[in-house]
Write a protein that binds this ligand. Structure first.
Ligand code: PLP
Length: 351
């Protein structure tokens, strides 16, 4: 067809499988195994359908922006809210990565970065993690059009000390550096306090993992006012009303319950440390994780085989047929009960 010449052709991001069966143990997309804060269910029940007749209020005026601003000690004008951090990151790519020079990110990282770069026609170059899956700050000191990396990194769970994050931000004052902190609440040190010092730093977080709300689709970015203004200019040039009224209200309820948030994170970290011990005993090796997953390789049984056999047992984990990581499984930390079922199955498969 002639019209196909004018189509923007992309290879889309492939998310982890969302199985149709309901009775499965789902440890493949890093969702939180615990329900949202009780206040979220209350806010959902109290939601007045009449309100949905109107467009949602501008995010700056909403309870969600105010709750986040109070929680993170920033102004609402230092905050950009989007439909999951995927929306925030996509808008940030479109806004800040408009150079002819390549943007830089690690070779093993969140597999959405190269997809956004391709769809927006942004040149990019990947930088190899070292043998221990560590990001080398020195690799990010060449001329570039911008830098992005997750901290802790995905899918490795490896964290970078804040001093090294700052080293990269400081070495790149003429471009925007985006730190994707999807997993920061599970043991990393946030770069958020650095936004006052660096006008080129954008810190992105999500409600999908540590705030138990993947289905609500809420993410946010923090940075100096000027960065946020540029981000809003692009966003309002694409779709003004991305956040729906329900998400804004329920999201605010989630932020206000700090004790529940803290308890869930602590529980997941405790289960992760127990999992590290059990998986070692089962013959797995992995870098120390500071996220809600463990990136593990078995000393004798190939990852693909374990992945497939677990699936036959209705246990879903993530495996990529990709160079350097195709002998690894990314296992989301579930409840203690789910993890026990995983160890039993692994004992059968690897024992
Ligand atoms: C999960 C994840 C995101 C995006 O999650 P949303 O659900 O869109 O907020 C972004 N970056 C990384 C590294 C992730 O793992």
């Amino acid at each position: 067809m002639k019209w196909e010449e004018n189509v923007r052709k992309v290879t889309p991001y492939t998310p982890g499988e969302q199985p149709k069966k309901t009775n499965v143990i789902k440890l493949n997309t890093n969702e939180n195994p615990y329900p949202p804060a009780p206040a979220v269910a209350k806010a959902a029940a109290a939601l007045n359908a009449e309100k949905l007749r109107l467009y949602p209020a501008f995010p700056e005026q909403t309870k969600l922006a105010e709750a986040l601003a109070a929680r993170y000690h920033i102004g609402t004008d230092q905050l950009f809210i989007g439909v999951g951090s995927d929306d925030v990151l996509s808008m940030a790519f479109l806004t800040f990565f408009d150079s002819d020079k390549p943007i830089l990110f690690p070779d093993i990282t969140y597999s959405f970065y190269d997809v956004w770069a391709d769809v927006y026609k942004i040149p990019y170059e990947t930088k190899q993690l070292d043998a221990d899956f560590q990001i080398q700050p020195g690799d990010y000191k060449q001329p570039n059009g911008g830098v992005i990396f997750p901290n802790p990194n995905a899918p490795t769970g490896v964290r970078m000390p804040l001093s090294q994050v700052e080293e990269i931000v400081a070495a790149n004052r003429d471009v925007v550096v985006i730190v994707d902190e999807a997993y920061i609440d599970f043991g990393g040190t946030s770069a958020l306090p650095l936004i006052d010092k660096y006008d080129n730093l954008l810190v992105v977080q999500t409600f999908s993992k540590s705030r138990n709300l993947a289905g609500m689709r809420i993410g946010f970015a923090c940075g100096q006012q000027k960065l946020i203004r540029y981000l809003n200019d692009v966003k309002y040039s694409v779709n003004s009303y991305t956040m729906n009224t329900a998400a804004l209200e329920l999201g605010a309820a989630a932020v206000q319950d700090e004790a529940y948030f803290e308890a869930c994170c602590q529980k997941i970290m405790a289960t992760r440390e127990a999992a590290a011990e059990r998986l070692s005993k089962l013959g797995f090796t992995f870098p120390k994780s500071y996220a809600n997953f463990i990136f593990a390789s078995h000393k004798t049984v190939p990852a693909r085989e374990i992945f497939e056999k677990l699936k036959e047992n209705d246990i879903y984990v993530r495996w990529w047929d990709k160079d350097r990581i195709n002998n690894y499984l990314r296992i989301t930390i579930g409840t203690d009960e789910q993890m026990e079922a995983l160890y039993q199955a692994l004992d059968q498969i690897c024992g």
